[in-house]
Write a protein that binds this ligand. Structure first.
Ligand SMILES: NC(=O)C1=CN([C@@H]2O[C@H](COP(=O)(O)OP(=O)(O)OC[C@H]3O[C@@H](n4cnc5c(N)ncnc54)[C@H](O)[C@@H]3O)[C@@H](O)[C@H]2O)[C@@H](O)CC1
Ligand SMILES: [K+]
Length: 481
């Protein structure tokens, strides 16, 4: 099952639909119990609960209420709990009374040494950055931070990280995940989902694939397959100035699937010297049949490149356009109008701005969805967090948090294009191909880096190990039985 993410409005509607559970405060009790259990588990794993110090930073809404009730539960387990109330008149009254009854204290500032700090400033009701009083408290915190629902200062729906905002080690959320948990993943730390009885929700805004789904769907040859039946991909990339883009993109396509890979362009000699299994030609017209094209990496933007882009986009097979291909497409959007098969665009933020005619802006989710719908194509927006939107408004955007930034290196995009293009040729839909490629790319970056900076060649070399890891996560054997 994919992991779904929801907007604050969807969460509120689901909470309201529980009726009595919401109005009686039962949901808040369940949420607070979840927070207390997660903090207690941390304390136990680092020496025990009794006599340890936990600070609460408490805002004016129900997020603060969760923190206060959680603090009361911790105090009953022998934890020394003190709370800073950012807005004492509006602190959740029942939560504050519970904390006091359990022996928790209200303080002006947190003690210098704490074992954990709970961020209960704001949750899904928060707007804008952390206010100064809260920012001052967090500025001197060195203990692990446990965010209630969301790190405060991060927008629940867009994942925009305002300045200042809390950066959490652990985020404890309730019922369903919020968009920000994926869109601002590096600030949320480990996200723990507590069941508070909301049931299953439909209508996710955002979705991510699990490792085992990617592994399960990865195309591998079956008993009746040959090099043609698995999909032939054609790579139109590289130029006299940038032959390496052609090599990297073609190499990634070769590693992604077992079908045939064609290369059409000026870097044929370099490609062949590294990958003799590639069938090389000078131009896309001279290449044989393919089931998908990749066009654009290291390609240049001259008349010859434009002519090749036109040829490829006129073909009735899926096409992935990347890099220089996107720059030319931004100047010639009419090339998309005559497309008869699916198109996948893979821009970084700068290329995205050229295509959209305006800067990306902070709301990446809305931007990628709008551009895909406007152009009638699938768009993969690159970054630490990759977002993939298809042209249909009804389908959720797919997100992939890379989990690290090792892939921020020259040539990394060429590798991604090769992976996704090969998957297109294998018959995967543009959204699926993009989602699977993004995940394998990020796993390959982590494996290839092994905690030290890597170049795109090593990223490329780590693709087989990444696919193996994902297939094993799915319980698949390396070769289909
Ligand atoms: N509704 C429910 O049934 C449940 C809600 N829960 C908790 O309730 C939270 C939502 O509570 P609320 O709707 O009261 O909203 P919040 O507590 O998230 O925030 C609203 C309050 O914060 C203030 N505020 C907004 N932005 C701010 C900023 N940048 N700095 C400082 N103050 C700011 C607002 O003026 C308002 O007083 C959830 O995130 C979750 O933690 C949980 O108890 C689970 C059940
Ligand atoms: K919070």
């Amino acid at each position: 099952m994919p992991v779904d993410y929801f907007t604050a409005a969807a969460v509120r509607a689901a909470e309201a639909a529980t009726g009595d559970l919401l109005t009686s405060g039962a949901l808040m009790q369940r949420a607070a119990t979840g927070v207390a259990n997660v903090v207690a588990a941390h304390l136990v794993s680092t020496g025990g609960c009794y006599g340890r110090g936990v600070g609460l930073v408490v805002g004016a809404g129900d997020n603060g209420g969760d923190a206060l009730f959680a603090g009361a539960l911790l105090a009953r387990r022998g934890v020394s709990v003190c709370a800073v109330l950012l807005n004492p008149e509006r602190a959740h009254p029942a939560g504050l009374a519970a904390l006091r009854r359990s022996g928790g204290r209200v303080v002006e500032r947190l003690p210098a040494t704490m074992d954990a700090v709970v961020d209960g400033v704001v949750g899904i009701g928060g707007h804008g950055p952390l206010r100064e009083s809260a920012a001052t408290v967090f500025a001197s915190v060195t203990a692990p931070v446990f965010a209630v629902d969301l790190p405060s200062g991060i927008d629940a729906d867009t994942g925009v990280v305002h300045d200042p905002a809390v950066s959490a080690d652990v985020t404890v959320t309730f019922g369903v995940r919020r968009n920000a948990h994926l869109l601002a993943a590096p600030h949320c730390g480990r996200v723990v989902l507590i069941d508070i009885g909301l049931g299953d929700l439909d209508g996710a805004d955002l979705r991510s694939w699990t490792d085992d789904e990617v592994g399960r769907c990865w195309p591998v040859p079956g008993p009746a397959d040959d090099k043609y039946t698995q999909g032939v991909v054609g790579v139109v990339a590289g130029s006299p100035r940038y032959p390496g883009a052609g090599v990297l993109c073609t190499g990634a396509a070769i590693h992604a699937t077992s079908g045939l890979t064609r290369y059409a362009g000026s870097a044929g000699a370099q490609v062949l010297s590294r990958f003799p299994e590639v069938v090389v030609s000078e131009s896309p017209q001279a290449a044989g049949r393919v089931q998908a094209w990749i066009v654009g990496p290291g390609f240049g933007v001259d008349d010859d490149a434009l002519a090749r882009l036109r040829t490829v986009l006129a073909a009735d097979v899926p096409v992935l356009v990347d890099a220089d291909g996107l720059t030319m497409l931004a100047a010639h959007p009419e090339l998309l109008a005559a497309r008869t098969a699916a198109t996948l665009l893979t821009p970084h933020a700068g290329e995205f701005a050229r295509l959209a005619g305006q800067p990306l802006g902070p709301d990446r989710l809305a931007a990628v969805r709008d551009l895909a719908q406007r152009l009638g194509v699938t768009v993969l927006l690159k970054g630490r967090g990759t977002l993939i939107a298809g042209p249909e408004p009804s389908t959720p955007v797919i997100g992939n948090d890379a989990g690290s930034s090792w892939a921020a290196t020259a040539g990394s995009g060429d590798v991604l294009a090769g992976l996704a293009g090969a998957l297109l040729a294998s018959g995967r839909s543009p959204v699926d191909a993009a989602a699977m490629a993004a995940r394998v790319h990020s796993v390959a970056a982590a494996i290839g880096a092994d905690d030290a900076p890597l170049g795109a060649s090593r990223l490329l070399g780590a693709i087989p190990a990444a696919i193996t890891r994902l297939r094993r996560a799915a319980g698949a054997s390396v070769v289909r039985q």
